[in-house]
Design a protein around this ligand. Structure first.
Ligand SMILES: Cc1cc2nc3c(=O)[nH]c(=O)nc-3n(C[C@H](O)[C@H](O)[C@H](O)COP(=O)(O)O)c2cc1C
Length: 197
C-alpha cells in the first residue's frame, strides 16, 4: 500500500489549486493509498526557538524537548513513500512556511550528516516526490527561479533525489489561464503517476 504525504505550504492551505489537484489525482490514480494531509501554509509551523538553534549548533546538544517538533516532522516524512509538496512561489523562491518546514526537517546528525570532505550527506531514504509549484507569473523566462534549484538541493541534502517539479504558471491571469495551468499539470501528473510509483 502506498503511503502518501500531502503537504500544503500555501496561505490558502487545502484550498490551494495545487493541493486540490494533488488530492484528486491521488484519489483517482492511487485509490488504496493511505494519505496523510498537512496544511503548513495556512497553519504555519512555529518559528525556530533559541533552544532548537542552540541544540543544532552545540556539539552533543541534540537531545531533549528542543528537537521534539523537528523529530515529529521527520518521522512523518520518513513514514511516506510518496511525497507531494504543494507550494506557491513567493518573491522568486519558497514561501516562509516552506522554509520553516525545511529548517525543522533538515537537521544535522538526524536527516543529514557531514563527511570528512565537509560534504553534507543525506540520511533519509529516497522516495518519489512531486513538487507542485503555483506562480503568478508565467513559468519560464520572465523572472529568476530560485525555488527549483534550492528545493532540489535541500531535498538532496536529506537524501531525496527522485523529485519531479510540476509548474502551474500564470495563476493570476484569470479563470482561463488557471484552468489551462491546472489541466496541463493534471496531464503531467497523471502521466507520471499512471506510469507507476
Ligand atoms: C507574498 C507573495 C509573493 C509572490 N511572489 C511571486 C513571485 O515572485 N513570482 C510569481 O510568479 N508569483 C508570485 N506571487 C504570486 C503567487 O505565486 C501566485 O498567486 C500563486 O498562484 C499562489 O499560489 P497558492 O494559491 O497555492 O498560494 C506572490 C504572491 C504573494 C502573496
Amino acid at each position: 500500500m502506498t503511503r502518501a504525504l500531502l503537504l500544503s505550504f500555501s496561505p490558502h492551505g487545502k484550498a490551494a489549486q495545487t493541493f486540490k489537484l494533488a488530492r484528486a489525482l491521488l484519489n483517482d490514480l492511487v485509490p488504496g493509498a493511505q494519505v496523510s494531509e498537512r496544511d503548513y501554509g495556512a497553519q504555519a509551523l512555529p518559528p525556530l526557538t533559541r533552544e532548537y538553534a542552540n541544540a543544532l549548533t552545540t556539539p552533543g546538544g541534540l537531545s531533549g524537548s528542543a528537537t521534539a517538533l523537528s523529530e515529529e516532522l521527520i518521522v512523518e516524512l520518513e513514514a511516506c513513500d510518496l511525497l507531494i509538496m504543494c507550494t506557491p512561489v513567493h518573491n522568486f523562491t519558497v514561501p516562509a512556511a516552506l522554509k520553516a518546514w525545511i529548517d525543522h526537517v533538515v537537521r544535522i546528525h538526524r536527516s543529514f550528516t557531514v563527511n570528512e570532505q565537509f560534504a553534507k550527506v543525506g540520511l533519509l531514504r529516497d522516495r518519489r516526490t512531486f513538487v507542485l509549484v503555483s506562480s503568478g507569473n508565467a513559468r519560464k523566462g520572465h523572472e529568476p527561479d530560485f525555488l527549483t534549484p534550492y528545493l532540489t538541493t535541500i531535498l538532496a541534502t536529506v537524501g531525496i533525489y527522485s523529485v519531479e517539479f510540476v509548474y502551474l504558471g500564470a495563476m493570476v491571469r484569470g479563470d482561463e489561464a488557471v484552468n489551462r495551468a491546472v489541466e496541463q499539470a493534471h496531464q503531467q501528473l497523471s502521466a507520471a503517476i499512471g506510469a507507476g510509483l
